[in-house]
Design a protein around this ligand. Structure first.
Ligand code: RIB
Ligand code: CA
Length: 315
């Protein structure tokens, strides 16, 4: 097996972020060098506590965790407590208090840039929340951020669909200024959007069946407790007892790029108030195109990804 791919994860834990972090932390294919936290699904403090919580539940030698931006660059704030619970952890935070881990003192944006400078051309940055931290890093030191080998973003959609509005996906809707800055930066961005993540539906029954065969321990109990409300919300919202693995697929695409097929596109994000706020547009990049382009995931090997996810997370 080749050496694990060194990665940084920028995240707004949230329940699918927690599943993505477990996938990355238990996978031999990637080496999580650092976790940076951004406000998104819930407040940055709640997201930060959830990152520490999942590190304690996974019980490995933890990567450093850095607290990042508390507010979007865009003028208004959008949260998703109705999906992830007020605490971002399905309401289990009181039953699962952070025991001993602490965050680093540096700001997430400074840490992201420092890692990029110290490991030129090596690191893959996986962004699982609003792109506020990444956009701030881009603004603060674009030359340093250009050292990042690839930026895999869970956000937008290759077919214009949305989950906050009919046209806008949550991460891009939450901070469209930041999303637009990053996807038009010319950096090597790959967008893993709703058009593929919504095909990776994990049913509660299948997840619980695999949890049941998992060795007894903290992680199994935490995953069982925390994910209940995520399935409940999916059932209430879509009438199916299965949830899309949005953030885990972005990690999966970094672990095994063959899981997705991408197309080089010229993209934009609507950063104006109004019905199109946060909408991502994507046009195939012509050869003559000199506009900044990025890769957009257009197809996914969904069942192969679900099998990989369950194998790594549940053992
Ligand atoms: O639209 C899905 C994305 O928004 C996921 O990253 C989820 O965690 C929320 O942040
Ligand atoms: Ca997320």
């Amino acid at each position: 097996m080749s050496a694990p791919k060194p990665i940084l994860i920028d995240t707004d834990p949230g329940l699918d972020d927690l599943l993505a972090l477990v996938l990355a932390l238990r996978s031999p294919a990637v080496d999580v060098r650092a976790i940076t936290v951004v406000a998104g699904n819930v407040s940055v403090d709640a997201c930060t506590a959830n990152a520490l919580r999942i590190l304690e539940a996974v019980d490995i030698n933890p990567p450093p965790v850095f607290r990042g931006c508390a507010k979007p660059l865009s003028p208004s704030v959008t949260r998703a407590e109705h999906v992830h619970g007020d605490d971002g952890a399905g309401g289990v935070s009181e039953a699962w208090p952070v025991q001993h881990l602490q965050i680093e003192s540096a700001h997430a944006v400074d840490a992201m840039l420092d890692f990029a400078r110290r490991h030129p051309g090596e690191l893959t940055l996986i962004a699982l929340g609003p792109l506020t931290n990444v956009a701030m890093a881009l603004e603060q030191d674009p030359a340093a951020l250009a050292n990042i080998r690839e930026i895999v973003v869970m956000g937008g959609s290759g077919d214009g669909r949305g989950n906050v509005t009919p046209k806008a996906e949550f991460n891009f809707y939450s901070d469209p200024y930041a999303a637009r800055a990053v996807i038009r930066s010319g950096l090597p961005v790959t967008a893993v959007g709703l058009n593929v993540t919504e095909k990776t539906l994990l049913s509660r029954a299948r997840f619980h069946e695999r949890l049941a065969s998992m060795e007894e321990g903290t992680l199994r109990r935490f995953l069982f407790d925390a994910t209940g409300p995520y399935f409940d919300y999916a059932m209430q919202k879509r009438g199916r007892d299965a949830c899309p693995l949005h953030d885990p697929l972005a990690v999966g695409a970094a672990m095994d790029p063959s899981l997705i097929r991408t197309q080089r596109m010229v993209c934009d994000v609507v950063d104006k108030k109004g019905p199109d706020r946060g909408m991502m547009t994507a046009e195939p990049a012509g050869d003559a195109s000199d506009a900044p382009t990025m890769q957009v995931a257009m197809e996914v090997a969904a069942e192969r990804f679900l099998g990989l996810f369950l194998e790594v997370v549940c053992g």
